[in-house]
Design a protein around this ligand. Structure first.
Ligand SMILES: Cc1cc2nc3c(=O)[nH]c(=O)nc-3n(C[C@H](O)[C@H](O)[C@H](O)COP(=O)(O)OP(=O)(O)OC[C@H]3O[C@@H](n4cnc5c(N)ncnc54)[C@H](O)[C@@H]3O)c2cc1C
Length: 120
C-alpha cells in the first residue's frame, strides 16, 4: 500500500497546500478528477483575464482613432485570441504534475477508509 505524508483533494486552491508540503520535502498525493488546475486556471480567472486583456486592446485601437490612428476591425483574429486562451492552462498543468502522485478519484486512493466514511 502506498503511503503519503499529505493528501490534497482538489488542484485549485489545494495547490497552495501541495507547494507548501513539497517545500517541507513531504510525500504528497493530489486527488483530482481533472482538468488539473481547477476553475481558476481552466475556466475562471486566467481564461477570462486573457479575453478581457484582448478586448481592452481592441478598445485601445478604437480609441486611437481620436489621435488619427486608424486600424480596421477586420484585422482582429478572434480565433487566434480564443486559441491563445485555450492553450494557456497547458503549461501550468504540466507543472502541477511534478514531484507528486496524482490520483483521479478518492475511492481509488484510500478505499477502505472512504467507503466507511460514506456509510456514516
Ligand atoms: C469566470 C470566472 C472568473 C473568476 N475570476 C476570479 C478572479 O479574478 N479572482 C478570484 O479570486 N477568483 C475568481 N474566480 C473564482 C475562482 O476561480 C474560484 O474561487 C476558485 O477557483 C475556487 O478554488 P477551489 O480550489 O475552491 O475550487 P476549484 O478551483 O474548482 O478546484 C476544485 C478542484 O477539485 C476537483 N474535484 C472536485 N470534486 C472532485 C472529486 N469528487 N474527485 C476528485 N477531484 C475533484 C476539481 O476537478 C477541481 O480541480 C473566477 C471564477 C470564474 C468562473
Amino acid at each position: 500500500m502506498k503511503t503519503y505524508d499529505v493528501i490534497v483533494v482538489g488542484s485549485g486552491c489545494g495547490m497552495i497546500v501541495v507547494d507548501e508540503a513539497l517545500g517541507h520535502r513531504l510525500k504528497v498525493a493530489l486527488v483530482d478528477k481533472g482538468p488539473l488546475g481547477g476553475t481558476c486556471l481552466n475556466v475562471g480567472c486566467i481564461p477570462s483575464r486573457m479575453l478581457i486583456y484582448a478586448a481592452d486592446r481592441v478598445v485601445d485601437v478604437q480609441e486611437a482613432r481620436k489621435f488619427g490612428i486608424k486600424v480596421k476591425n477586420e484585422d482582429i483574429d478572434f480565433s487566434c485570441v480564443m486559441e491563445r486562451m485555450r492553450r494557456a492552462p497547458w503549461k501550468s498543468q504540466n507543472e502541477i504534475g511534478k514531484g507528486i502522485h496524482i490520483h483521479p478519484a478518492l475511492p481509488e486512493l484510500i478505499p477502505a477508509t472512504l467507503h466507511r466514511l460514506k456509510e456514516v
